[in-house]
Write a protein that binds this ligand. Structure first.
Ligand code: KG4
Ligand code: ZN
Length: 375
């Protein structure tokens, strides 16, 4: 008989619930995104996020249970994101998860959101019939995080993710997360929110145009595996401020956004070749830094697998560059599908399964931990 776990995720701006069997098979996965609520502010507004989670949590969980063809009583456990994330947002999922667990008499499993992102990779690998050999180097890169870990099984006789995993932080961003840099650069260029998907598509159509500016690699004092993206974002800002020819087209795009024309097909005709090339150079710099440091860590540790997860892992150029570099380095690279890259609850249910098996449970004193570390 399989173990079926309901995962609940509410750490940022997605209210999500999913049922996963044995930590591998996704029976349902429902995600209610709040992008439309936060768009006009150009970023996530914590108070609005909590309010939206409150509105969405009950229908989202109900739909996940229905889609899985189950009743709540059929569940074996409930996994909920404990942190890191926005405290008010986390509390909605935790309070609901706790109440449900208590009412049903089911175990409650606390999950670290970042461990969820790691498990998104394993879920996808399983679907594709692949196995990510451990120890591995894992890059989690999203709107809130840019961090590199070594991931290995607690039991050194095990080479896969079937048991409890241990994490060692190798490096992290000292300022903005990579996704945050995408979002801020898109905002200052009048390209809407969230920035990643639009910049990804625009960078791909800029071929042949000379670079209006070049962004060199970011040098880090101290830990060479740390990241920094705020300097790059500021360099884009200064370049745009110093070149007045950008301002008319930025205004035109902002007006288009206000009319609700935010599709790439609508924004691209309002971009000069120079803007497209600027976006390309920005993306080249982000991708280069992410891939260089991750591959350097893989080489230093001598691992055979590299895992890449989080919203920015959906980026086409990041994927292509990793595939290329991994191939020439003789390592295997693993990504989640695009749907599993961004925040979802299937990854939370999958992470909860390995913790459930390791006997890691919470009681009614479980609280949100906005800066919960992964260890
Ligand atoms: O993981 P996620 O859904 O939420 C956080 O935990 O932050 O990631 C959202 C972030 C946003 O910053 C968004 O701009 C970025 O991921 N993103 C992308 C792409 N798709 C989403 N960044 C670059 N290229 C993409 N294709
Ligand atoms: Zn996330």
């Amino acid at each position: 008989m399989s173990i079926r776990i309901l995962g609940i995720e509410s750490s940022c701006d997605e209210t999500a619930a999913a049922v996963v069997a044995d930590g591998r098979e996704i029976l349902s996965s429902v995600v209610a995104s709040q992008i439309d609520v936060h768009r006009k502010y150009g970023g996530v507004v914590p108070e609005l996020a909590s309010r939206e989670h409150l509105r969405q949590i009950v229908p989202v969980v109900r739909e996940a249970i229905e889609q899985a063809g189950m009743k709540l009583a059929d569940l074996d456990a409930i996994g909920v994101t404990q942190g890191p994330g926005l405290v008010g947002a986390l509390l909605v999922g935790i309070t609901y998860g706790k109440t449900l667990a208590q009412a049903l008499g089911k175990p409650l499993v606390p999950v670290n959101h970042l461990e969820g992102h790691v498990h998104a990779v394993f879920l996808e690998a399983h679907k594709a019939g692949r196995t990510a050999k451990l120890p591995a180097v894992c890059l989690i890169v999203s709107g809130g995080h840019t961090v590199l870990y070594e991931v290995k099984p607690e039991d050194s006789n095990v080479q896969d993710a079937s048991g409890k995993l241990l994490y060692r932080k190798l490096g992290q961003t000292r300022d903005d997360a990579a996704g945050e840099a995408y979002d801020k650069v898109a905002k200052l260029l009048g390209l809407g929110y969230p920035g990643g998907p639009v910049l990804d598509r625009l960078a791909a159509v800029s071929n042949g145009v000379a670079a209006p500016v070049k962004f060199g690699p970011t040098k880090m004092k101290g830990n060479a595996l740390d990241f920094s993206f705020s300097g790059l974002k500021t360099a884009v800002l200064y370049h745009v401020r110093e070149h007045l020819e950008y301002s008319a087209e930025i205004r035109a795009r902002e007006e288009a956004l206000q009319r609700g024309e935010r599709k790439v097909e609508q924004l691209q005709p309002l971009c000069s070749p120079q803007t497209l090339a600027l976006v390309r150079e920005f993306q080249n710099a982000v991708v280069r830094d992410l891939v260089d440091r991750t591959m350097r860590a893989a080489e230093e540790l001598g691992v055979e697998s590299v895992l890449v997860s989080g919203g920015v892992a959906a980026n086409s150029q990041l994927r292509a560059t990793f595939e290329q570099r991994a191939k020439s380095a003789g390592v295997e690279v693993f990504f989640p599908s695009r749907a599993l890259s961004t925040d979802n609850a299937a990854m939370i249910a999958a992470a909860a399964y390995s913790r459930f098996r390791a006997g890691i449970l919470a009681d009614s004193s479980l609280n949100a931990d906005p800066s919960l570390a992964l260890a």
